[in-house]
Design a protein around this ligand. Structure first.
Ligand SMILES: NC(=O)c1ccc[n+]([C@@H]2O[C@H](COP(=O)([O-])OP(=O)(O)OC[C@H]3O[C@@H](n4cnc5c(N)ncnc54)[C@H](O)[C@@H]3O)[C@@H](O)[C@H]2O)c1
Length: 453
Protein backbone atom coordinates (compact mmCIF):
# COMPACT_ATOMS: atom_id res chain seq x y z
CA UNK A 1 0.00 0.00 0.00
CA UNK A 2 1.50 3.41 -0.98
CA UNK A 3 2.56 5.88 1.73
CA UNK A 4 -0.39 7.70 3.36
CA UNK A 5 -2.94 5.37 1.80
CA UNK A 6 -5.95 4.77 4.03
CA UNK A 7 -7.83 1.51 4.33
CA UNK A 8 -11.45 1.61 3.17
CA UNK A 9 -12.66 1.37 6.77
CA UNK A 10 -10.41 4.25 7.89
CA UNK A 11 -11.61 6.38 4.98
CA UNK A 12 -15.27 5.77 5.85
CA UNK A 13 -14.48 6.89 9.39
CA UNK A 14 -12.53 10.09 8.60
CA UNK A 15 -14.50 10.96 5.43
CA UNK A 16 -13.81 14.48 4.14
CA UNK A 17 -11.20 14.98 6.86
CA UNK A 18 -8.96 12.90 4.63
CA UNK A 19 -7.94 16.18 2.99
CA UNK A 20 -4.73 16.19 4.97
CA UNK A 21 -3.71 12.87 3.42
CA UNK A 22 -2.93 13.78 -0.16
CA UNK A 23 -6.50 14.47 -1.20
CA UNK A 24 -6.98 17.40 -3.62
CA UNK A 25 -9.30 20.13 -2.35
CA UNK A 26 -12.65 20.32 -4.22
CA UNK A 27 -12.06 16.92 -5.84
CA UNK A 28 -15.10 14.68 -6.30
CA UNK A 29 -14.40 11.13 -5.15
CA UNK A 30 -14.91 8.44 -7.75
CA UNK A 31 -16.66 5.25 -6.77
CA UNK A 32 -14.25 2.33 -6.73
CA UNK A 33 -15.40 -0.68 -8.68
CA UNK A 34 -15.20 -4.40 -8.11
CA UNK A 35 -12.99 -5.82 -5.39
CA UNK A 36 -11.84 -2.47 -4.01
CA UNK A 37 -15.44 -1.37 -3.41
CA UNK A 38 -17.19 -4.24 -1.71
CA UNK A 39 -15.90 -7.67 -0.83
CA UNK A 40 -18.41 -10.38 -1.69
CA UNK A 41 -18.55 -14.10 -1.16
CA UNK A 42 -17.85 -16.46 -4.05
CA UNK A 43 -19.18 -20.04 -4.15
CA UNK A 44 -16.44 -22.70 -3.82
CA UNK A 45 -17.15 -23.86 -7.40
CA UNK A 46 -16.02 -20.41 -8.65
CA UNK A 47 -12.77 -20.42 -6.68
CA UNK A 48 -9.70 -19.58 -8.78
CA UNK A 49 -6.56 -21.47 -7.72
CA UNK A 50 -3.42 -19.72 -8.83
CA UNK A 51 0.36 -19.93 -8.58
CA UNK A 52 2.98 -17.19 -8.76
CA UNK A 53 5.99 -17.43 -11.07
CA UNK A 54 8.49 -14.78 -9.99
CA UNK A 55 7.97 -13.54 -6.44
CA UNK A 56 10.27 -10.53 -6.38
CA UNK A 57 8.96 -7.06 -5.65
CA UNK A 58 6.07 -6.98 -8.10
CA UNK A 59 5.34 -10.69 -7.87
CA UNK A 60 4.62 -10.29 -4.14
CA UNK A 61 2.49 -7.19 -4.80
CA UNK A 62 0.29 -8.87 -7.37
CA UNK A 63 0.04 -12.00 -5.24
CA UNK A 64 -1.38 -9.81 -2.45
CA UNK A 65 -3.72 -8.13 -4.96
CA UNK A 66 -4.92 -11.56 -6.11
CA UNK A 67 -5.47 -12.69 -2.52
CA UNK A 68 -7.49 -9.49 -1.89
CA UNK A 69 -9.91 -10.56 -4.64
CA UNK A 70 -12.85 -12.66 -3.50
CA UNK A 71 -12.72 -16.41 -4.20
CA UNK A 72 -9.01 -16.89 -4.86
CA UNK A 73 -6.49 -19.29 -3.39
CA UNK A 74 -2.72 -19.53 -3.90
CA UNK A 75 -1.33 -23.05 -4.18
CA UNK A 76 2.30 -22.74 -5.32
CA UNK A 77 5.24 -20.40 -5.90
CA UNK A 78 8.20 -20.54 -8.27
CA UNK A 79 11.27 -18.34 -8.15
CA UNK A 80 14.99 -18.72 -8.88
CA UNK A 81 16.29 -17.24 -5.62
CA UNK A 82 15.80 -18.96 -2.24
CA UNK A 83 15.06 -15.63 -0.54
CA UNK A 84 12.16 -15.00 -2.86
CA UNK A 85 10.68 -18.44 -2.33
CA UNK A 86 10.61 -17.47 1.35
CA UNK A 87 9.21 -13.98 0.58
CA UNK A 88 6.53 -15.59 -1.60
CA UNK A 89 5.36 -17.81 1.25
CA UNK A 90 5.50 -14.92 3.71
CA UNK A 91 3.25 -12.87 1.44
CA UNK A 92 0.91 -15.82 0.94
CA UNK A 93 0.75 -16.17 4.73
CA UNK A 94 1.23 -19.93 4.59
CA UNK A 95 3.59 -22.75 3.65
CA UNK A 96 3.24 -23.62 -0.02
CA UNK A 97 4.64 -25.88 -2.68
CA UNK A 98 7.79 -24.05 -3.88
CA UNK A 99 10.04 -24.79 -6.82
CA UNK A 100 12.82 -23.22 -8.89
CA UNK A 101 11.44 -25.04 -11.93
CA UNK A 102 8.20 -23.36 -13.09
CA UNK A 103 7.32 -26.44 -15.17
CA UNK A 104 6.49 -28.26 -11.93
CA UNK A 105 3.76 -25.64 -11.44
CA UNK A 106 2.41 -25.96 -14.96
CA UNK A 107 2.15 -29.75 -14.46
CA UNK A 108 -0.16 -29.34 -11.46
CA UNK A 109 -3.85 -30.03 -12.00
CA UNK A 110 -4.88 -27.77 -9.11
CA UNK A 111 -3.58 -24.59 -10.80
CA UNK A 112 -6.13 -22.66 -12.92
CA UNK A 113 -4.02 -19.56 -13.51
CA UNK A 114 -0.47 -18.27 -13.09
CA UNK A 115 0.81 -14.80 -12.28
CA UNK A 116 4.05 -14.09 -14.17
CA UNK A 117 6.29 -11.41 -12.62
CA UNK A 118 9.76 -12.29 -13.86
CA UNK A 119 12.17 -10.02 -15.75
CA UNK A 120 10.82 -9.26 -19.22
CA UNK A 121 13.08 -11.59 -21.23
CA UNK A 122 11.29 -14.56 -19.60
CA UNK A 123 7.71 -13.41 -20.33
CA UNK A 124 7.36 -15.01 -23.76
CA UNK A 125 8.47 -18.51 -22.77
CA UNK A 126 6.39 -18.50 -19.60
CA UNK A 127 3.24 -17.28 -21.37
CA UNK A 128 3.71 -19.77 -24.22
CA UNK A 129 4.28 -22.70 -21.86
CA UNK A 130 1.47 -21.71 -19.49
CA UNK A 131 -1.04 -21.35 -22.35
CA UNK A 132 0.04 -24.71 -23.81
CA UNK A 133 -0.48 -26.27 -20.36
CA UNK A 134 -4.05 -24.92 -20.28
CA UNK A 135 -3.43 -22.20 -17.68
CA UNK A 136 -4.72 -18.63 -17.84
CA UNK A 137 -2.00 -16.03 -17.38
CA UNK A 138 -1.63 -12.63 -15.75
CA UNK A 139 1.69 -11.41 -17.21
CA UNK A 140 3.38 -8.31 -15.92
CA UNK A 141 4.08 -5.36 -18.19
CA UNK A 142 5.78 -4.76 -20.54
CA UNK A 143 4.32 -7.87 -22.10
CA UNK A 144 7.17 -8.55 -24.52
CA UNK A 145 10.93 -8.14 -24.62
CA UNK A 146 11.01 -7.95 -28.45
CA UNK A 147 8.53 -7.39 -31.29
CA UNK A 148 8.86 -11.05 -32.26
CA UNK A 149 8.12 -12.18 -28.69
CA UNK A 150 4.95 -10.08 -28.66
CA UNK A 151 3.43 -11.67 -31.75
CA UNK A 152 4.37 -15.17 -30.52
CA UNK A 153 2.53 -14.44 -27.25
CA UNK A 154 -0.60 -13.23 -29.09
CA UNK A 155 -0.49 -16.47 -31.08
CA UNK A 156 -0.17 -18.58 -27.93
CA UNK A 157 -3.21 -16.84 -26.36
CA UNK A 158 -5.31 -17.37 -29.49
CA UNK A 159 -4.16 -20.91 -30.30
CA UNK A 160 -4.81 -22.25 -26.81
CA UNK A 161 -7.88 -20.05 -26.16
CA UNK A 162 -6.53 -18.84 -22.83
CA UNK A 163 -7.17 -15.65 -20.91
CA UNK A 164 -3.97 -13.62 -21.04
CA UNK A 165 -4.04 -10.33 -19.16
CA UNK A 166 -1.14 -7.91 -19.14
CA UNK A 167 -0.35 -6.17 -15.87
CA UNK A 168 -0.45 -2.45 -16.55
CA UNK A 169 -2.99 -1.69 -13.87
CA UNK A 170 -4.07 1.81 -14.94
CA UNK A 171 -6.17 -0.07 -17.49
CA UNK A 172 -8.61 -0.91 -14.65
CA UNK A 173 -8.34 2.35 -12.69
CA UNK A 174 -11.53 4.30 -11.94
CA UNK A 175 -9.57 7.51 -12.60
CA UNK A 176 -8.80 6.47 -16.18
CA UNK A 177 -12.37 5.19 -16.63
CA UNK A 178 -13.65 8.66 -15.67
CA UNK A 179 -11.14 10.27 -18.03
CA UNK A 180 -12.39 8.00 -20.81
CA UNK A 181 -16.00 9.02 -20.06
CA UNK A 182 -15.05 12.72 -20.32
CA UNK A 183 -13.07 12.09 -23.52
CA UNK A 184 -16.00 10.19 -25.07
CA UNK A 185 -18.45 12.96 -24.13
CA UNK A 186 -16.75 15.30 -26.60
CA UNK A 187 -15.78 17.72 -23.80
CA UNK A 188 -12.26 18.05 -25.23
CA UNK A 189 -13.34 18.71 -28.83
CA UNK A 190 -10.73 17.57 -31.35
CA UNK A 191 -7.62 16.17 -29.66
CA UNK A 192 -4.40 16.67 -31.58
CA UNK A 193 -1.68 16.65 -28.90
CA UNK A 194 -0.89 14.60 -25.79
CA UNK A 195 2.08 14.75 -23.43
CA UNK A 196 3.02 12.56 -20.49
CA UNK A 197 5.96 11.86 -18.24
CA UNK A 198 7.20 10.00 -15.19
CA UNK A 199 10.40 11.32 -13.60
CA UNK A 200 12.51 10.18 -10.64
CA UNK A 201 15.60 11.41 -8.83
CA UNK A 202 17.10 8.75 -6.57
CA UNK A 203 19.07 5.52 -6.72
CA UNK A 204 16.03 3.31 -6.20
CA UNK A 205 14.21 5.15 -9.01
CA UNK A 206 17.28 4.45 -11.17
CA UNK A 207 16.95 0.70 -10.27
CA UNK A 208 20.10 0.57 -8.14
CA UNK A 209 18.56 -1.81 -5.61
CA UNK A 210 20.61 -3.22 -2.72
CA UNK A 211 21.84 -6.78 -3.25
CA UNK A 212 20.75 -9.21 -0.50
CA UNK A 213 23.82 -10.39 1.48
CA UNK A 214 23.13 -14.08 0.82
CA UNK A 215 23.03 -13.69 -2.99
CA UNK A 216 25.29 -16.32 -4.60
CA UNK A 217 25.22 -19.13 -7.10
CA UNK A 218 24.19 -21.38 -4.20
CA UNK A 219 20.99 -19.43 -3.54
CA UNK A 220 20.25 -18.35 -7.15
CA UNK A 221 19.69 -20.49 -10.26
CA UNK A 222 21.78 -18.20 -12.49
CA UNK A 223 21.69 -20.33 -15.64
CA UNK A 224 17.92 -20.44 -15.67
CA UNK A 225 17.79 -16.67 -15.06
CA UNK A 226 19.84 -16.12 -18.23
CA UNK A 227 17.28 -18.11 -20.24
CA UNK A 228 17.39 -16.86 -23.84
CA UNK A 229 19.87 -14.05 -22.96
CA UNK A 230 23.60 -14.33 -23.75
CA UNK A 231 25.57 -16.59 -21.38
CA UNK A 232 27.78 -14.84 -18.79
CA UNK A 233 29.35 -15.65 -15.43
CA UNK A 234 27.28 -15.09 -12.29
CA UNK A 235 26.62 -11.40 -11.64
CA UNK A 236 24.30 -10.46 -8.77
CA UNK A 237 23.94 -6.92 -10.16
CA UNK A 238 22.46 -8.29 -13.35
CA UNK A 239 20.12 -10.54 -11.38
CA UNK A 240 18.76 -7.88 -8.99
CA UNK A 241 19.14 -4.78 -11.21
CA UNK A 242 18.11 -6.43 -14.46
CA UNK A 243 16.27 -3.30 -15.71
CA UNK A 244 19.67 -1.64 -16.29
CA UNK A 245 20.53 -4.12 -19.08
CA UNK A 246 19.01 -4.55 -22.53
CA UNK A 247 19.45 -8.33 -22.29
CA UNK A 248 16.62 -8.60 -19.75
CA UNK A 249 14.54 -5.40 -19.95
CA UNK A 250 13.80 -2.44 -22.21
CA UNK A 251 15.06 0.41 -20.02
CA UNK A 252 12.76 3.33 -19.29
CA UNK A 253 10.25 2.67 -22.10
CA UNK A 254 9.62 -0.91 -20.94
CA UNK A 255 9.52 0.09 -17.31
CA UNK A 256 7.54 3.33 -17.42
CA UNK A 257 6.38 4.44 -20.90
CA UNK A 258 4.21 1.35 -20.98
CA UNK A 259 2.10 2.64 -18.07
CA UNK A 260 1.71 6.06 -19.73
CA UNK A 261 0.79 4.40 -23.04
CA UNK A 262 -1.74 2.10 -21.39
CA UNK A 263 -3.39 5.11 -19.74
CA UNK A 264 -3.50 7.05 -23.01
CA UNK A 265 -4.83 4.05 -24.97
CA UNK A 266 -7.49 3.60 -22.29
CA UNK A 267 -8.66 7.22 -22.42
CA UNK A 268 -8.57 7.68 -26.20
CA UNK A 269 -9.73 4.16 -27.10
CA UNK A 270 -6.80 3.50 -29.46
CA UNK A 271 -5.21 0.06 -29.62
CA UNK A 272 -2.56 0.05 -32.34
CA UNK A 273 1.17 0.58 -32.84
CA UNK A 274 2.32 4.13 -33.54
CA UNK A 275 3.11 5.01 -37.14
CA UNK A 276 6.49 6.55 -36.26
CA UNK A 277 8.65 7.33 -33.24
CA UNK A 278 11.61 9.67 -32.82
CA UNK A 279 13.64 9.49 -29.61
CA UNK A 280 16.49 11.48 -28.18
CA UNK A 281 17.86 10.03 -24.97
CA UNK A 282 21.11 10.00 -23.09
CA UNK A 283 23.05 8.41 -20.25
CA UNK A 284 24.15 11.36 -18.14
CA UNK A 285 24.35 10.46 -14.48
CA UNK A 286 23.82 6.79 -13.54
CA UNK A 287 26.64 5.79 -15.85
CA UNK A 288 27.98 2.69 -14.09
CA UNK A 289 26.80 -0.86 -14.71
CA UNK A 290 24.06 -0.21 -17.24
CA UNK A 291 23.60 -0.07 -20.99
CA UNK A 292 20.31 1.88 -21.13
CA UNK A 293 19.78 5.67 -21.00
CA UNK A 294 18.76 7.58 -17.84
CA UNK A 295 16.80 10.14 -19.86
CA UNK A 296 14.56 9.29 -22.76
CA UNK A 297 12.24 11.58 -24.72
CA UNK A 298 10.09 10.38 -27.61
CA UNK A 299 7.71 11.98 -30.07
CA UNK A 300 5.16 9.52 -31.49
CA UNK A 301 2.93 9.79 -34.51
CA UNK A 302 -0.55 8.30 -34.11
CA UNK A 303 -3.08 8.94 -36.90
CA UNK A 304 -5.19 11.52 -35.03
CA UNK A 305 -2.69 13.06 -32.63
CA UNK A 306 0.98 13.43 -31.77
CA UNK A 307 2.27 12.22 -28.42
CA UNK A 308 5.33 13.28 -26.43
CA UNK A 309 6.57 10.90 -23.71
CA UNK A 310 9.49 11.48 -21.35
CA UNK A 311 11.18 9.66 -18.48
CA UNK A 312 14.02 11.35 -16.65
CA UNK A 313 15.92 9.73 -13.80
CA UNK A 314 17.66 13.02 -12.97
CA UNK A 315 14.84 15.19 -11.62
CA UNK A 316 11.68 14.40 -9.69
CA UNK A 317 8.34 15.92 -10.62
CA UNK A 318 4.79 14.58 -10.31
CA UNK A 319 3.82 12.15 -13.08
CA UNK A 320 1.52 13.81 -15.61
CA UNK A 321 -0.66 12.86 -18.55
CA UNK A 322 -2.14 15.85 -20.38
CA UNK A 323 -4.54 15.68 -23.31
CA UNK A 324 -5.06 18.86 -25.33
CA UNK A 325 -8.30 19.36 -27.30
CA UNK A 326 -9.85 22.28 -29.13
CA UNK A 327 -12.50 22.67 -26.41
CA UNK A 328 -10.73 21.51 -23.27
CA UNK A 329 -7.73 20.00 -21.51
CA UNK A 330 -7.63 16.82 -19.47
CA UNK A 331 -4.86 16.32 -16.94
CA UNK A 332 -4.04 13.40 -14.67
CA UNK A 333 -1.41 14.40 -12.14
CA UNK A 334 -0.57 11.98 -9.35
CA UNK A 335 -3.89 10.25 -10.05
CA UNK A 336 -5.93 13.45 -9.66
CA UNK A 337 -7.99 14.06 -12.80
CA UNK A 338 -8.84 17.62 -13.85
CA UNK A 339 -10.97 18.55 -16.85
CA UNK A 340 -10.64 22.23 -17.79
CA UNK A 341 -12.70 23.80 -20.58
CA UNK A 342 -11.11 26.14 -23.08
CA UNK A 343 -12.82 29.52 -23.41
CA UNK A 344 -14.47 29.17 -26.82
CA UNK A 345 -16.98 32.07 -26.55
CA UNK A 346 -17.02 33.95 -29.89
CA UNK A 347 -15.14 37.25 -29.76
CA UNK A 348 -14.39 39.91 -32.37
CA UNK A 349 -10.88 39.91 -33.79
CA UNK A 350 -8.77 41.85 -31.31
CA UNK A 351 -5.30 41.73 -32.82
CA UNK A 352 -4.90 42.18 -36.55
CA UNK A 353 -7.53 44.95 -36.91
CA UNK A 354 -5.22 47.29 -35.00
CA UNK A 355 -3.24 47.55 -38.21
CA UNK A 356 -6.38 48.82 -39.98
CA UNK A 357 -7.46 52.49 -40.35
CA UNK A 358 -9.69 53.48 -37.42
CA UNK A 359 -12.79 53.92 -39.58
CA UNK A 360 -12.62 50.39 -41.02
CA UNK A 361 -11.85 48.94 -37.62
CA UNK A 362 -14.86 50.61 -36.02
CA UNK A 363 -17.12 49.46 -38.86
CA UNK A 364 -15.85 45.91 -38.44
CA UNK A 365 -16.50 45.99 -34.67
CA UNK A 366 -19.99 47.47 -35.13
CA UNK A 367 -20.86 44.88 -37.73
CA UNK A 368 -19.51 42.06 -35.52
CA UNK A 369 -21.60 43.21 -32.55
CA UNK A 370 -24.74 43.36 -34.74
CA UNK A 371 -24.12 39.75 -35.77
CA UNK A 372 -23.36 38.71 -32.17
CA UNK A 373 -25.77 40.67 -29.97
CA UNK A 374 -25.03 40.70 -26.24
CA UNK A 375 -27.39 38.48 -24.23
CA UNK A 376 -30.08 40.25 -22.21
CA UNK A 377 -29.06 41.20 -18.67
CA UNK A 378 -29.17 38.13 -16.42
CA UNK A 379 -28.82 35.76 -19.38
CA UNK A 380 -25.06 35.74 -19.72
CA UNK A 381 -23.79 32.16 -20.14
CA UNK A 382 -22.03 31.00 -16.99
CA UNK A 383 -18.39 30.17 -17.64
CA UNK A 384 -17.75 26.46 -17.06
CA UNK A 385 -15.10 25.89 -14.45
CA UNK A 386 -12.60 23.05 -14.11
CA UNK A 387 -13.80 19.79 -12.56
CA UNK A 388 -11.54 17.58 -10.46
CA UNK A 389 -11.93 13.90 -9.60
CA UNK A 390 -9.91 11.39 -7.67
CA UNK A 391 -10.16 7.91 -6.26
CA UNK A 392 -10.59 7.58 -2.51
CA UNK A 393 -7.25 7.25 -0.69
CA UNK A 394 -7.82 3.57 0.15
CA UNK A 395 -8.15 2.71 -3.55
CA UNK A 396 -5.62 0.28 -5.05
CA UNK A 397 -6.15 -0.15 -8.77
CA UNK A 398 -3.87 -3.20 -8.92
CA UNK A 399 -6.63 -4.98 -7.00
CA UNK A 400 -9.27 -3.88 -9.52
CA UNK A 401 -7.02 -4.99 -12.38
CA UNK A 402 -6.45 -8.37 -10.76
CA UNK A 403 -10.16 -8.67 -10.05
CA UNK A 404 -10.86 -8.13 -13.76
CA UNK A 405 -8.44 -10.95 -14.53
CA UNK A 406 -10.06 -13.32 -12.03
CA UNK A 407 -13.50 -12.51 -13.48
CA UNK A 408 -12.23 -13.33 -16.99
CA UNK A 409 -10.82 -16.62 -15.70
CA UNK A 410 -14.23 -17.48 -14.19
CA UNK A 411 -16.51 -16.25 -16.96
CA UNK A 412 -14.19 -16.66 -20.03
CA UNK A 413 -15.00 -13.01 -20.88
CA UNK A 414 -12.10 -11.44 -22.83
CA UNK A 415 -9.51 -9.74 -20.67
CA UNK A 416 -9.54 -5.94 -20.35
CA UNK A 417 -5.85 -5.90 -21.34
CA UNK A 418 -5.26 -8.93 -23.52
CA UNK A 419 -2.07 -9.92 -25.35
CA UNK A 420 -2.98 -7.88 -28.45
CA UNK A 421 -3.32 -4.73 -26.37
CA UNK A 422 -0.14 -5.55 -24.44
CA UNK A 423 1.66 -6.15 -27.73
CA UNK A 424 0.64 -2.74 -29.08
CA UNK A 425 1.93 -0.82 -26.04
CA UNK A 426 5.10 -2.93 -26.04
CA UNK A 427 5.73 -2.19 -29.73
CA UNK A 428 5.62 1.54 -28.95
CA UNK A 429 8.32 0.93 -26.28
CA UNK A 430 10.46 -1.05 -28.73
CA UNK A 431 10.12 1.74 -31.30
CA UNK A 432 11.29 4.32 -28.75
CA UNK A 433 14.38 2.21 -28.02
CA UNK A 434 15.02 1.43 -31.69
CA UNK A 435 15.01 5.14 -32.51
CA UNK A 436 17.36 5.93 -29.62
CA UNK A 437 19.87 3.16 -30.24
CA UNK A 438 19.82 3.26 -34.06
CA UNK A 439 19.82 7.09 -34.08
CA UNK A 440 17.00 7.19 -36.61
CA UNK A 441 13.26 7.64 -36.88
CA UNK A 442 11.53 4.30 -36.16
CA UNK A 443 8.70 3.42 -38.56
CA UNK A 444 6.16 0.65 -38.00
CA UNK A 445 5.78 -1.67 -40.98
CA UNK A 446 2.35 -3.22 -40.43
CA UNK A 447 2.62 -5.67 -43.34
CA UNK A 448 5.99 -7.05 -42.22
CA UNK A 449 5.13 -6.65 -38.49
CA UNK A 450 8.54 -5.11 -38.01
CA UNK A 451 10.19 -1.84 -37.01
CA UNK A 452 12.12 -0.17 -39.82
CA UNK A 453 14.57 2.71 -39.81
N1 LIG B 1 2.77 -3.19 -13.02
C1 LIG B 1 3.66 -2.56 -12.30
O1 LIG B 1 3.42 -1.49 -11.74
C2 LIG B 1 5.03 -3.17 -12.13
C3 LIG B 1 5.88 -2.74 -11.10
C4 LIG B 1 7.12 -3.35 -10.96
C5 LIG B 1 7.51 -4.36 -11.84
N2 LIG B 1 6.66 -4.74 -12.83
C6 LIG B 1 7.06 -5.83 -13.77
O2 LIG B 1 7.08 -7.04 -13.03
C7 LIG B 1 8.11 -7.90 -13.52
C8 LIG B 1 9.04 -8.28 -12.36
O3 LIG B 1 9.62 -7.10 -11.83
P1 LIG B 1 10.19 -7.09 -10.32
O4 LIG B 1 10.49 -5.68 -9.99
O5 LIG B 1 9.27 -7.82 -9.44
O6 LIG B 1 11.55 -7.90 -10.52
P2 LIG B 1 12.36 -8.66 -9.39
O7 LIG B 1 13.76 -8.72 -9.86
O8 LIG B 1 12.08 -8.04 -8.06
O9 LIG B 1 11.72 -10.12 -9.38
C9 LIG B 1 11.79 -10.96 -10.50
C10 LIG B 1 11.84 -12.39 -9.98
O10 LIG B 1 11.65 -13.28 -11.07
C11 LIG B 1 12.37 -14.45 -10.79
N3 LIG B 1 12.57 -15.23 -12.02
C12 LIG B 1 13.31 -14.90 -13.11
N4 LIG B 1 13.20 -15.86 -14.05
C13 LIG B 1 12.39 -16.82 -13.54
C14 LIG B 1 11.93 -18.06 -14.00
N5 LIG B 1 12.28 -18.53 -15.21
N6 LIG B 1 11.13 -18.79 -13.20
C15 LIG B 1 10.77 -18.37 -11.98
N7 LIG B 1 11.19 -17.17 -11.47
C16 LIG B 1 11.99 -16.41 -12.25
C17 LIG B 1 13.67 -13.96 -10.19
O11 LIG B 1 14.26 -14.97 -9.42
C18 LIG B 1 13.20 -12.76 -9.38
O12 LIG B 1 13.03 -13.07 -7.99
C19 LIG B 1 8.79 -7.13 -14.64
O13 LIG B 1 8.25 -7.50 -15.87
C20 LIG B 1 8.46 -5.68 -14.33
O14 LIG B 1 8.45 -4.84 -15.48
C21 LIG B 1 5.46 -4.18 -12.98
Amino acid sequence: MPKNQLTRREFMRVGAGAATLGVASHAAFLTPSFAAAAPRSVPPSDRVRFASIGTGVRGCEIMRAALACPGTEIVAVSDLYDGRLTAGQENAGKQLFTTKDYRAILDRQDVDAVLVATPDHWHRKLVEDACAAGKDVYCEKPMAHTVEDGFAMVEAMQKHKRVVQVGSQVRSSVVYAKAREIYDSGFLGQVTAIEAWIDRNDASGAWIYPIPPDASEKTIDWNTFLGSAPKRPFDAKRFFRWRCYQDYGEGLPGDLYVHLLTGIFTITGINEPPLRAATLGGLFRWTEDRDVPDLIWTLYEYPNFRLSLRCNLNNESPGVTRIFGTKGTLEIKNDVLTATPQDTEPRPESYSIYGWPEKLRNEYLEDWRKKHPLPEPGKYPLGQSAQTFQAPPYYDYSVDHMHNFMESVRTRKPSVEDAEFGNHTAIACHMANYSHFQKTMATWDEAAKKIKG
